[in-house]
Design a protein around this ligand. Structure first.
Ligand code: SER
Length: 595
């Protein structure tokens, strides 16, 4: 089926309107009265009071198209499916219908020739497998079977896959997720919709909200049972049109054409150029919506403004690598304003502000971008090893306006890492000196108090690598690592997906090492000696170079710049949230530490 984004919006809203739902407008991208999140990441944020029981003026059945921003996977933007802005189509029951009706309608909308007419043979679903907090959702599975989805395509998955909560407290519940089979062959016998190999693409998530998670981690039943569904607009349009990438859908074509015209380069030929073009297309779209939002944000060094600055500056740097002329990013924004102005009238109303702020930010940054890059290359030509010092990252931030994430990215492009902890230390020293503490505060990008959390995750990364080598063998070698205050990400060489048992065993070994309260010690020695002690790690090749070796009891010995926890007992409970492919022969694990 060939379908435009606008037609999908109309069909979705029309379907639920016919079934008694009131149409409500998209809320602002900046959540009102909710300091726990920077952006509206799902349709539920503005509806939280009503999910908790307050009466909604429009009734108990609602439908909407909600603008969302999620920057958690920002480094993955540029692949086929990740975006920092997306629209979420939703239908809501506030204590009205529940899972039976919700599933039946989703199935009808997706498969009926009157609506999307998707082939039901290519649909798989997941339901909650059950645990101490809530039972196995046999009931929803049965409804799917009655719809015509055979048992083999109904997967029971645990909380980390089939439970929805925005943040850590508040309304939540088990969900059932709907996946489209892209037609790629299964990557292994264990391949299921939780796998990220690309066979299964999630298009819709129906949450059966019936609990209120408390700060102590307990779940209180809600007085009313709600339904919150979210269908990703861009992804679904991609599926319906049989396209390979979300960037191939109608909404991006104008911007990509503009980028090609301004750069004089072709999209889709060279992967580096294509990725840069996608990053520009994604980031400028998000920036346009943030600047044009009724609440509105402007670039700054704090909170939402920092994220916006980071998006714009990254796009400017990419535009620079594509040799696009000054003023290009505002021209791309103008294309988006035209694409969206009928649906999101605020973009037309704020067009001047959007263009003006983008031009100003580009102006500010392009003055220092080239000089900053020069400084970066001068420094890396002289440092031993492949870690860019925190002081350099701070100078690039403070003098040249490089968000630290940009320095990390620039470093990675050149085979270096950055001492981010060192950067944070310099940053904190600077704050103390300038008494600018209350002004300079990062959330999202770099969480406040994130220092301890990232240190703990860093220690957990060592335990993880040691555990992986015990479970999978010495073939496992670190290929990359990235830590935010929320999670760790670890890439390692290994030729096939891990089995569920191997994942569970790895988790168990790490938690055992944590529970044994192993002391963490650090010694400095020449790299040759470190090698002789059996320490693993990324070896530089400079003879005589002195390195730090971190030892965690009898469990792990690794060359590393630190810093680390003093004792593994500080870490909390270790949970692997994802195991997926990263590139050929390289697997990627994401994991978190829970209290
Ligand atoms: N809140 C759920 C999600 O974001 C469903 O809308 O996936």
């Amino acid at each position: 089926m060939n379908i435009t984004s606008q037609l999908l919006r109309e069909k979705f809203i029309g379907f639920f309107k016919e079934r008694g739902h009131a149409v409500i407008a998209s809320a602002s991208l900046i959540p009102e009265n909710d300091p726990s999140v920077l952006f509206t990441t799902a349709g539920m944020h503005p509806l939280i009071p009503y999910l908790l029981g307050q009466k909604h003026p429009a009734g108990r059945r609602l439908t909407d198209v909600q603008k969302c921003v999620r920057t958690g996977d920002i480094e993955e933007v540029g692949d086929d499916s990740h975006l920092t802005f997306f629209e979420m189509l939703g239908n809501w029951s506030l204590g009205d219908y529940f899972n039976h009706q919700s599933i039946a309608w989703s199935y009808e909308f997706l498969t009926s020739p009157k609506y999307l007419g998707l082939d039901s043979a290519r649909i798989s679903v997941t339901v909650f497998a059950g645990d101490d907090d809530a039972p196995r959702d046999e009931d929803s599975a049965k409804v799917w079977e009655q719809c015509g989805i055979p048992k083999e395509r109904i997967f029971f998955l645990p909380k980390k896959n089939n439970w929805w909560i925005a943040g850590t407290t508040g309304p939540c519940g088990p969900d059932t997720e709907i996946f489209w089979d892209t037609g790629k062959p299964a990557c292994s016998d264990h391949c299921d919709p939780s796998c990220d190999c690309g066979k299964y693409l999630e298009i819709w998530n129906n949450v059966f909200m019936q609990f209120n998670r408390q700060a102590d981690g307990s779940y209180l039943p809600l007085e009313q049972k709600n339904v919150d569904t979210g269908m990703g607009l861009e992804r679904t349009v991609c599926v319906l049109n049989g396209l390979k990438s979300v960037y191939d859908i109608d909404l991006f074509q104008g911007a990509l054409a503009k980028i090609q015209q301004l750069s004089g380069k072709t999209y889709g030929v060279n992967s580096k150029i294509t990725k840069a073009m996608r990053i520009i297309a994604d980031h400028i779209r998000t920036a346009t919506f943030l600047l044009g939002d009724p609440v509105g944000v402007v670039p700054s060094n704090v909170d939402q403004g920092y994220v916006l600055r980071r998006l714009i500056r990254r796009a400017v740097r990419m535009a620079n690598t594509l040799e696009m002329p000054k003023g290009s990013i505002a021209q791309i924004a103008e294309v988006y304003i035209d694409v969206y102005r009928d649906v999101y009238t605020e973009l037309g109303q704020n067009a001047e502000k959007i263009v003006d702020e983008l031009n100003k930010e580009e102006e500010r940054f392009s003055k220092t971008l080239i000089a900053g890059e020069k400084e970066f290359f001068k420094v890396i030509a002289h440092i031993p090893g492949n870690v860019v010092p925190g002081g350099t990252a701070f100078k690039l931030y403070d003098t040249f306006g490089f968000p630290v994430e940009m320095t990390v990215e620039l470093a990675a492009e050149n085979g270096y890492t950055v001492d981010v902890e060192g950067f944070k230390q310099k940053f904190a020293e600077h704050q103390a000196k300038s008494h600018a503490g209350s002004e300079q505060r990062f959330k999202g990008g770099m969480a406040e108090g994130g220092g301890i959390k990232t240190t703990h995750l860093h220690t957990a990364t060592h335990l993880l690598q040691a555990a992986l080598r015990r479970v999978l063998g010495d073939e496992v070698k670190q290929k990359g690592s990235n830590i935010t205050p929320e999670r760790l990400r670890f890439d390692f060489s290994f030729s096939r997906p891990m089995t569920a048992e191997e994942i569970a065993e790895t988790e168990r070994l790490v938690n055992e090492a944590i529970e044994r309260h192993l002391p963490v010690t650090c010694e400095e020695m020449p790299i040759e000696d470190a090698r002789k002690t059996g320490a693993i790690g990324l070896f530089g090749d400079r003879y005589g170079e002195v390195v730090k070796v971190y030892t965690m009891g009898d469990f792990s010995k690794e060359i590393c710049g630190g810093p680390h926890a003093n004792n593994t007992g500080e870490l909390g409970h270790f949970v692997i949230t994802k195991e997926q492919s990263s590139s050929a022969g390289v697997r990627r694990i994401k994991a978190e530490l829970h209290k």
